[in-house]
Design a protein around this ligand. Sequence first.
Ligand code: 5GP
Length: 125
Amino acid sequence: MSIDHSDNPTIFGKILRGEIPCKKVYEDAEVLAFHDIKPMAEVHFLIIPKKFIPTLAHTVADDTALLGKMLALVPVLAREQGLGDGFRTAINTGKLGGQDVYHLHIHVFGNRPGGNPLRVMSGAD
Ligand code: 5GP
């Protein structure tokens, strides 16, 4: 079943509709992964569902399998992108969670072996 992206008003909707390009990491019928346009580390990509879900807080019980699939893809794609030694994941949710694009996405970022470890987020600054 193909997914209708016409109701997705976000920049990621434009990517899903092919209106703007992305550097693709992975794609299947339910999920797309692509490199972040402003990387916060040597490698930084996003995993998004093709279904339009604005935030993690908008997910429903029916989304459980999709969420599990997205999470299970994280280490697989991270390894493929050279992050076998470690990486960070983040899901920003809502205004106070620092979310800018209101289409659910998992950030995956890290530095390749020999690079600097990511600075630990203290939450204090
Ligand atoms: P958020 O702040 O919502 O958690 O993260 C949104 C992310 O989307 C940011 O890291 C930002 O750099 C990325 N982003 C925004 N617009 C585009 C775009 O047009 N293409 C790509 N590849 N990434 C984008």
